[in-house]
Design a protein around this ligand. Structure first.
Ligand code: NI
Length: 640
């Protein structure tokens, strides 16, 4: 047997929380008398001490472990900080005028409330559906459309799909034209909107093996197995939640809201830990729909803040979600009743061969030098309603870091009559279409390139005007612009100028005397199409720019605010940047919004082939030369 990476558990201020800590935090809070048995929980994560405190922590010290909780009690929302180590409530604070995110247990009650409502049942029977057990309810964040009946309430807006058989893909049969607004606390149905009827589709769209074979024909039989083997084991090690691989090190946490969070990403050069990113996380995401039909237009889920990516993380399976020599980490979260939800294999860690790392053939001598590229992959997959989002962080031998978000799952669907205008949707089956929409992610990168005196610079390449110094009109050059304050750092991508941004240390230089830096290379990504003053634009302003830069404040963590459910217009980045603070020669946080415009294809049905969104960070003068120069040649004989 070959060796598996061993996991040694110990306690660090940034260790992942344990089931015991979650249970203890709820107990301490109940014992304190602040809450009664009706209180519900809407957030639970580790308290991250100030960065200096974390940095000065010495191995073997017992940290003061604290959890931050969001509690809904007697109609009010409170934030609590509980010291597990001391058994005390350090903080108990009323947070006025916010709506805590919906809990998973609450969601299933909302579905039941919807199904048992007579007006909704009447709407179903008018569409020929009499058995509510065949109805799938999708609760959606209702947004903020100024409905009086939603005022002061926590509301989910439900749309429905039909499942003639329990295992059917409901998205093949949208029950369009009906929306049900449900109060999450009282479970009252506040409003049933029944605005139109369309023909029900009759074509199934199941995607389990038996259905595929019976509906579409036999599975292909000529795919030979691929086995990934690492006979000497993996090249990484894990201590608690800290990873070490090929000079890289970082800690990882599965946060209830942000999902995967990477702390203290550093590169060890000749025994010196060189920090690059202090904290990398998904700060929010939004999925705005472009369709004007009432059952579609309200959709702009902020899936991270409104549901929680750690709450929706999958339990991954070897050989299916990940292949090769895999090490998994489990994660635990707190459910809305204060109990523990355990997700086994929530984080997948493995190495991948990544093709050619570098190569050259000397044309004169015929000498070939070639090295393989390899990367460490840390990933998790969240299922949020109809969609799957895979978050894949890659660390490479050449010093580059990549985030790739993989989007798959099922399209949400709507109905139409034959011959209807389909400006806002693409047809995917008879009488079924899927609306155009976007997926825009905002990643928060608390940068630390060789320390905390960083600058952010925009680099654009442009052609020079013809003239005596450009006689052939061929000249082009890259120019650098320092982004000096928050307003000037609200920037968008420009593929026409090969635009990128770089984060450099203003005090550290490389051997040639230039500042050490990392480049942020964006993809060709759009911003949000919804206008800035629309409900979508107001609640997810972060998606209106590809780049934002702020001086780092640890509590400024969420791009759409701490409580992005319903009433959050202007919260998050607009509020953080309102004072137009200076961002030079300081600890900077880079917020990068990127994503996909999903103009649906027929091939996205019945289940979507994976689509990709992301960005790359590459060293720029951070190293003295190609950092992968020391990668040894492959040992397999046939390559020489
Ligand atoms: Ni999509």
């Amino acid at each position: 047997m070959h060796q598996k990476a061993s996991i040694i558990y110990q306690m660090h201020p940034l260790s992942m929380m344990t089931a015991e800590e979650i249970r203890t935090s709820a107990e301490i809070l109940r014992r304190s008398g602040h809450i009664d048995s009706n209180a519900t929980f809407h957030g639970c994560c580790i308290y991250e001490p100030p960065k200096a405190e974390v940095a000065s922590w010495v191995a073997g010290d017992l940290p003061d472990r604290r959890l931050d909780l969001v509690v809904h009690s007697k109609g009010e929302t409170y934030e609590a900080r509980i010291s597990i180590s001391r058994g005390e409530v350090d903080r108990w604070e009323l947070v006025p005028d916010v709506i805590p995110r919906v809990g998973f247990l609450e969601l299933s009650k909302v579905m039941d409330a919807c199904k048992s409502n007579p007006d909704f049942q009447k709407a179903l029977s008018e569409r020929g559906i009499t058995d509510t057990s065949t109805v799938q309810i999708d609760p959606w964040p209702t947004g903020d459309y100024g409905f009086e009946f939603e005022d002061g309430r926590r509301v989910q807006r439900c749309i429905a799909f039909h499942r003639p058989n329990p295992d059917d893909n409901g998205y093949a049969f949208p029950i369009d034209g009906v929306m049900v607004h449900v109060d999450v606390d009282s479970l009252e149905v506040l409003h049933v909107e029944d605005f139109d009827q369309w023909p029900m589709s009759t074509e199934k769209a199941n995607y389990d093996v038996d259905s595929i074979v019976s509906d579409y024909g036999p599975l292909r039989e000529d795919l030979k197995p691929v086995d990934i083997s690492q006979p000497e084991g993996v090249s990484f090690s894990i201590e608690d939640n800290q990873l070490f691989w090929q000079k890289w090190s970082f800690r990882l946490v599965m946060d209830d809201t942000e999902g995967l969070v990477l702390h203290r990403i550093a590169y060890n050069q000749d025994g010196v830990e060189r920090p690059i990113i202090d904290r990398a996380s998904l700060a929010e995401m939004v999925v705005p729909y472009g369709d004007t039909r009432p059952s579609q237009t309200f959709k702009h889920a902020l899936d991270s803040g409104e549901f929680g990516l750690g709450m929706t993380a999958n339990s991954l399976t070897l050989g299916c979600d990940c292949i090769g020599e895999i090490v998994y980490l489990d994660a635990v979260q707190m459910l809305d009743d204060g109990s523990v939800m355990s997700t086994k294999n929530a984080i997948c860690i493995h190495e991948e061969d990544f093709g050619i790392g570098w190569k050259h053939t000397d044309m004169l001598t015929g000498q070939v030098e070639v090295r393989r590229s390899r990367r460490l992959v840390v990933s998790s997959i969240s299922t949020v309603g109809n969609y799957e989002y895979g978050f894949f962080w890659y660390f490479h031998l050449d010093g580059s870091i990549k985030l790739e978000i993989k989007l798959t799952g099922i399209l949400t669907t709507r109905s139409h009559r034959d011959g209807d205008d389909l400006t806002f949707a693409r047809q995917i089956a008879p009488n079924v279409a899927a609306p155009i929409h976007q997926h825009i992610f905002c990643v928060r990168l608390d940068m630390a390139v060789d320390g905390t005196t960083n600058n952010v610079i925009e680099v654009n390449t442009a052609a020079l005007p013809p003239g005596s110094d450009n006689p052939h009109g061929t000249a082009f050059a890259a120019t650098e612009t320092l982004l000096s304050d928050e307003k000037s750092a609200m920037r968008n991508t420009s593929s026409a100028s090969s635009r990128y941004w770089k984060i450099e240390n203003s005090h550290k230089t490389n051997r040639l005397g230039y500042p050490t830096s990392y480049r942020l290379l964006p993809s060709g990504t759009a911003t949000m199409f919804a206008s800035a003053d629309s409900p979508h634009g107001q609640r997810a302003a972060f998606a209106k720019h590809n780049l934002w830069v702020t001086p780092t404040v640890q509590s400024e963590r969420y791009a759409a605010g701490d409580y992005p459910t319903q009433k959050n217009a202007g919260h998050g980045l607009p509020r953080y940047t309102a004072g137009n603070r200076s961002i030079t020669e300081t600890d900077v946080t880079v917020w990068h919004s990127f994503g996909l415009t999903h103009d649906v294809r027929l091939e996205d049905y019945p289940v979507m082939p994976t689509e990709y969104a992301g960005f790359l960070m590459v060293p720029d003068g951070f190293f003295e030369r190609n950092p992968a120069i020391d990668v040894p040649p492959s040992s397999s004989g046939h390559c020489h």
